[in-house]
Design a protein around this ligand. Sequence first.
Ligand SMILES: C[S@@+](CC[C@H](N)C(=O)[O-])C[C@H]1O[C@@H](n2cnc3c(N)ncnc32)[C@H](O)[C@@H]1O
Length: 249
Amino acid sequence: MIDFKADILEFSDTNYPAFTENDFPLDWSMTRNERYGFLYLLQKIKPKVAIEIGTFNGGSLQVISKYADKVYAIDTDKTIVERLGNQFSNVEFLIGDSKEILPKLIKQIQDNGEQLEFALIDGDHSTKGVATDIKNLIKYKPQSNFSIVLHDSFNPNCRKGMKLVDYNANKHVHYVELDFISGVFAPDNLRHEMWGGLAHIILLLEERIDELIINESQKKLFNIAYYRSIHFVKDTLFFLKPIKRLFKK
Ligand SMILES: C[S@@+](CC[C@H](N)C(=O)[O-])C[C@H]1O[C@@H](n2cnc3c(N)ncnc32)[C@H](O)[C@@H]1O
């Protein structure tokens, strides 16, 4: 039953109340709609093996850990093992940069015949960081259905990284949707910023025959928000960066 406590009803933002707080008490950096979508996918998939890139306070990990048999959680933050280590019996924490850890981990999972069925990308939010995480993950040859969920597909830098990848080159990729769950504009007083949104990539054991379409079902919403955002201003003034550097010297 939903607990409509007065203190929770005082909040009014994109994250709280989500009414998931009783079941998943750890601080979770996702909006209400993202949480519902994320929960549904994990309840449906119940992955044998999962990877999380970007753990922070364990918000998304508490859900993955509940529904997966085994989880590898990657984060650069060394304090995570101390803070969360004893809360999850099925999680192996790997501390370091996902760009270095992931290639070795994917090889290990593949060589051991482990069935990787779910991954969350929510670590390095730079364009290059997001693209590299995707490229490394889709090197895995799926043994069954493999779902990859990517957070912050509504953020222009992250979205750019998601669009840099040549998904068509990988015959096991059958579905790419950048707006699986839509993002938000100016959340939590982040003025004129675009964040959130979940993208979804599905890889299957069988090879794809047709050309793959990269879906952006909310492209119009993205464009409307982008031209009113701080990201558009920054991207437009990007050419001034070398001049700014000259003045700093
Ligand atoms: C937005 S938080 C993750 C939030 C979490 N997934 C949730 O939903 O509650 C991003 C995390 O990614 C980690 N991170 C940043 N760059 C990384 C990298 N290159 N490799 C691994 N982790 C990284 C940060 O330390 C931080 O804990």
